[in-house]
Design a protein around this ligand. Structure first.
Ligand SMILES: CC(C)(COP(=O)(O)OP(=O)(O)OC[C@H]1O[C@@H](n2cnc3c(N)ncnc32)[C@H](O)[C@@H]1OP(=O)(O)O)[C@@H](O)C(=O)NCCC(=O)NCCS
Length: 144
């Protein structure tokens, strides 16, 4: 497995991986090619992505955004996904370790993300030392 920074040329293959994995439970997301392409292009304008690849394919990706806050810089994980065929082999951990190294070198004050409570990802992040914030809750209003 190799780790490299993504370029805009990777967008279609990144899109395929996101579409495939987030169609599964508990997410059941139905992404169209158009909306996924737009979302990924927007991510590239505001941040960057790091990929895990095998000899020919993208097998994992993490999308990041750096934000400036009152207490310094925050590294925001916008998306993390490992191809189902390769999950449970340490690839997610490797991607997180990679961005933790970048964040430490860049003197970021914290790494921030939101995740689905019923997902494997929630257990995965806890295993890697991430904690639920005591002060912040994620709120929304569904508009019908
Ligand atoms: C979450 C995800 C990225 C984890 O990637 P992965 O490559 O399968 O995880 P790893 O093999 O690197 O696991 C790292 C550690 O987390 C633990 N872990 C992974 N899934 C776990 C689970 N469901 N419950 C408990 N621990 C878990 C592993 O046991 C491992 O521990 P260890 O390194 O101490 O042995 C992957 O399952 C995935 O892509 N899921 C679908 C998309 C998703 O939910 N993305 C997150 C959106 S915010």
């Amino acid at each position: 497995m190799k780790i490299r920074k993504a370029t805009k040329k990777d967008i279609p293959e990144m899109g395929n991986l996101i579409k495939k994995e987030f169609a599964k439970s508990p997410y059941k997301e139905k992404w169209s090619k158009t909306s996924l392409n737009k979302t990924l292009k927007d991510f590239f304008n505001s941040g960057y992505a790091i990929l895990a690849t095998d000899s020919k394919n993208i097998i994992g990706l993490i999308i990041l955004k750096e934000q400036e806050y009152c207490d310094g810089k925050w590294m925001v994980i916008e998306e993390l996904v490992v191809d189902g065929k390769f999950q449970g082999r340490g690839i997610g951990r490797k991607l997180i370790e990679e961005i933790e190294n970048i964040s430490k070198k860049g003197k970021f004050s914290q790494i921030y993300l939101s995740t689905h409570k019923g997902s494997k990802a929630f257990q995965f992040y806890k295993r890697l030392g991430y904690k639920e914030s005591k002060k912040t809750v994620f709120m929304r209003k569904i508009l019908k």
